[in-house]
Design a binder for this molecule. Structure first.
Ligand SMILES: Cc1ncc(COP(=O)(O)O)c(C=O)c1O
Length: 435
């Protein structure tokens, strides 16, 4: 089996081990974001370029984590890097309004016309927190419906029913009586919402569940949620923090024929620098205007760093590049299709039952237990996650980085040979699982 890879990983990452011991003295669990922790300990990165990550022990990895899926152009793409360097000598943060933010907003509203108006924040967690506050302000209702397994960042209100078995998500949170969770990809349970429909402010959903395991939402299901929201005067919020500009040079609502009232954005629109954004109908977003009196306004951020010129520059350069090279999406999506198909093929040829889910350039291999498919967060949790983590650790030893048990993202720096290599290494690992 794959346990030997733990020792091999340790042998290759001795300096990381020392640094991790130090990190544990100053950071809880040695990390500043729990997702970055994995067993036996994470390696420390010293450099990233193109499709590669370099660690402190001199190992080089082909990176499929890609800055937590925020980099579709690869690390430090020259087109973006040059503009960021130029901007850096012109000021990191002005603390005043700037023209670059207008340019980024303008390209976003052109490419996603459903976004009539938007506000920039610094993280996705902020964007979703503000989106539900805006929904409550606009509808004058209180209840927020989210999806079991839905991940919208670490904001207090939406940190509910994230991990299976759904419910308590840890210490420090209080029961939120105005939050209700519903299953993913199962419209038959939507009547759970009937009891709160008169007080329902919004339904927030990822069209493609990222954190929960690379699971695509059924079109009919998502449309059903939208219709239920509209019928009950609640807002339909699509969390596109992962999906916008990932599958095409726009957002995913277009692909699915959805008409969300609000869309949250992040990751790719910041070009690798911190960002979040809430966009949508003008009459909703404009509630944030400082020109309104306090009791007519919905106070949402930004914050100190929102719309800072460095992030705006990186985001603008990234979207301009994508807009001028839209054909790249065909290749990204094609490589993802190959990865999904071929990984399962080689796994099954060694009688390892897997299901590689995802869409376009995002994919994740689940190791099936009793289930035959992965349609929601519960299905994903019932798979063999320990084996999934070992598979990813084994890939690391072979110089390929997936954050253990998290979905992989292909960037324009990856090519067919990288995918072939991933499949070859997967075949080797599959043969060892089979032993
Ligand atoms: C769908 C979704 N929403 C929100 C967030 C939170 O974004 P951030 O980590 O920038 O706060 C994430 C992060 O991965 C996400 O995947």
């Amino acid at each position: 089996m794959l346990e030997r890879y733990i020792n091999e990983y340790k042998a290759r990452t001795k300096r990381s081990r020392e640094l991790f011991d130090n990190a544990k003295m100053v950071f809880a669990g040695g990390v500043s974001h729990n997702i970055r922790y994995f067993k036996p300990y994470p390696f420390f990165t010293t450099k990233a370029e193109g499709k590669y990550l370099h660690d402190v022990d001199g190992n080089v990895y082909i990176d499929y984590w890609m800055g937590h899926w925020s980099l579709i152009l690869g690390h430090s793409h020259p087109f973006v890097a040059e503009r960021v360097i130029e901007q850096a000598s012109n000021g990191f943060i002005y603390g005043t309004v700037n023209k670059i933010s207008l340019e980024l907003a303008s390209i976003i509203t052109k490419l996603i016309p459903r976004i009539e108006m938007l506000r920039f924040a610094n993280t996705g967690a902020e964007a979703t927190m503000y989106a539900i506050r805006l929904a409550r302000a606009y509808t004058k209702k209180r209840v927020v419906a989210k999806i079991e397994g839905g991940w919208h960042g670490f904001n207090t209100e939406l940190l509910h029913s994230v991990n299976y078995p759904f419910g308590n998500e840890g210490l420090g949170l209080i029961d939120d009586k105005y939050l209700i969770s519903i299953p993913f990809n199962d419209l038959s349970s939507i009547d759970i919402l009937d009891k709160v429909k008169d007080d329902l402010a919004c339904i927030i959903v990822e069209p493609f569940m990222g954190g929960a395991g690379a699971i695509v939402g059924d079109k009919g299901y998502l449309k059903g949620l939208e219709e239920y929201s509209k019928k009950n005067n609640a807002l339909f919020i699509l969390d596109e923090i992962v999906t916008a500009f990932r599958f095409k040079c726009s957002s995913m609502h277009d692909i699915l024929g959805l008409e969300p009232d609000l869309i949250t954005l992040g990751k790719i629109i910041g070009g690798g620098l911190p960002i979040g954004a809430i966009g949508g109908k003008k009459e909703i977003i404009s509630l944030a205007s400082p020109e309104f009196k306090k009791d007519e306004r919905c106070n949402i951020g930004g914050g100190t760093f929102s719309a800072n010129p460095l992030t705006m520059t990186a985001g603008l350069a990234t979207l301009e590049y994508l807009k001028n090279h839209t054909y790249l999406y065909d290749e990204l999506n094609r490589l993802g299709d190959i990865a999904r198909r071929e990984i399962d093929k080689v796994m099954r040829s060694y009688s390892v039952k897997t299901c590689t889910t995802g869409l376009g350039s995002l994919f994740l291999t689940h190791f099936l237990n009793d289930n035959d498919e992965v349609r929601n967060a519960r299905d994903a949790s019932l798979c063999n996650i320990e084996l999934q983590k070992l598979y990813h650790l084994a890939l690391m030893v072979h110089g390929i980085f997936f954050l253990p048990s998290k979905l992989g993202a292909i960037s324009i720096m990856h090519n067919e040979n990288d995918i072939k290599q991933l499949i070859e290494v997967t075949e080797k690992i599959a043969s060892e699982i089979h032993l």
